[in-house]
Design a protein around this ligand. Structure first.
Ligand code: PMV
Length: 325
């Protein structure tokens, strides 16, 4: 049996603005997806017969990436992420499955996180009609804190560049990281799931419509870009107060863009008295919010009372890894 784990992600800054060329900042979280793969007499996924058309990420990796023609495989998947909630569960699945299969087929060859990030991005693109940002796959593969942008943001360390041919034309991204200072270990993120899925494509289309009808809203995108840069500076310096303030400011701009929801706002309000900052994370509409706090158990309680489902995580967990079985 070859086994691998890949973490989920949480966007700290820059959701929606990244679609307009501004940077986005995401951290890997403690929760993620574990995949085990072994040879078998039948194709099995999670105890059921494997139907490739129902699992486009996995079948893309088997057929197109590894061009696998060996014996049938038995695949086990275990996830500690809420799915369709903006936590990067499909990227984590692609990364963990790619790593487990790599390990089964090439046990002597060490895992290369950049190759895995590229492999998982190609699986996301193939499953999403050619439209996929590399944010989730790169954060899950590399771990830590990842900055995705059209142009490199000063103060970040360049890791790799990637591009994709989408139905709207070619898109290029630069993937960079920042090192999270030790002092930040005092703080945790509490993610609150609204219980409702986050329809990324619909929310992106809604923002595009809002901007075409009210062009002055583009000022919120520019403000988010400045907040993202301020947040990055705060994170690099280990300045938790400034980081929390930037998160609060970012939430207000996302509200202006009409991507928050009453339930997300309720959880943000409930978390704030016990937090350094709180905001929605990801596409919005449903999905999750995130709070930065030194009192995670209090924030978890507040989120539960507000009707959400909390998860507590460190900031910037380790990326993809092979598990010894
Ligand atoms: O899919 P989510 O919820 O992790 O968030 C997507 C972030 C957006 O900026 C809204 C879309 C994108 O492609 O970057």
């Amino acid at each position: 049996m070859a086994e691998a784990f890949a973490p989920g992600k949480c966007i700290l800054f820059g959701e929606h603005a990244v679609v307009y060329g501004h940077p986005a900042v995401a951290v890997a979280i403690d929760q993620g997806v574990r995949v085990g793969v072994r040879e078998s007499t039948e194709w099995i996924l999670e105890g059921e017969p494997f139907v490739p058309s129902r699992h486009p990420h996995i079948s893309h990796i088997i057929k197109n990436v590894f061009e696998y023609s060996g014996p049938p495989l038995r695949i086990e998947v275990e996830s500690s992420l809420f799915s369709a909630a903006g936590m990067g569960s499909s990227a984590a699945l692609s990364n963990a499955f790619g790593a487990a299969l790599h390990c089964l087929l090439n046990p002597e060859e060490p895992l290369d996180p950049i190759s895995m990030a590229r492999l998982a991005h190609s699986a996301e693109a193939s499953a999403q009609k050619g439209r996929a940002s590399p944010t989730d796959t790169a954060t899950s593969a590399l771990g830590g804190c990842v900055v995705v942008s059209d142009l490199q943001v000063p103060g970040t360390r360049h890791v790799f560049d990637t591009s994709l041919t989408t139905p709207e034309g070619n898109r290029d991204w630069t993937i960079n990281v920042i090192d999270i200072p030790a002092g930040i270990e005092d703080a945790r993120l509490v993610i609150g799931f609204s219980g409702k899925g986050s329809p990324t494509g619909r929310m992106v289309a809604r923002v595009a419509k809002l901007i075409s009808e009210s062009p002055e809203r583009i000022e919120d995108m520019e403000a988010i870009s400045n907040i993202t840069k301020a947040g990055l500076t705060a994170l690099s310096a280990g300045n938790l107060e400034a980081l929390g303030m930037a998160m609060n400011a970012c939430h207000e701009r996302l509200q202006n863009l009409e991507v928050s929801s009453p339930q997300l706002d309720r959880m943000v309000e409930a978390a704030r008295p016990h937090s350094l900052g709180a905001k929605l994370t990801g596409a919005g509409g449903g999905g999750c919010m995130v709070a930065l706090t030194q009192n995670p158990s209090r924030v978890c309680e507040a989120i539960e009372v507000a009707g959400g489902r909390p998860l507590s995580t460190g900031l910037g967990s380790e990326g993809i890894r092979v598990l010894q079985s």
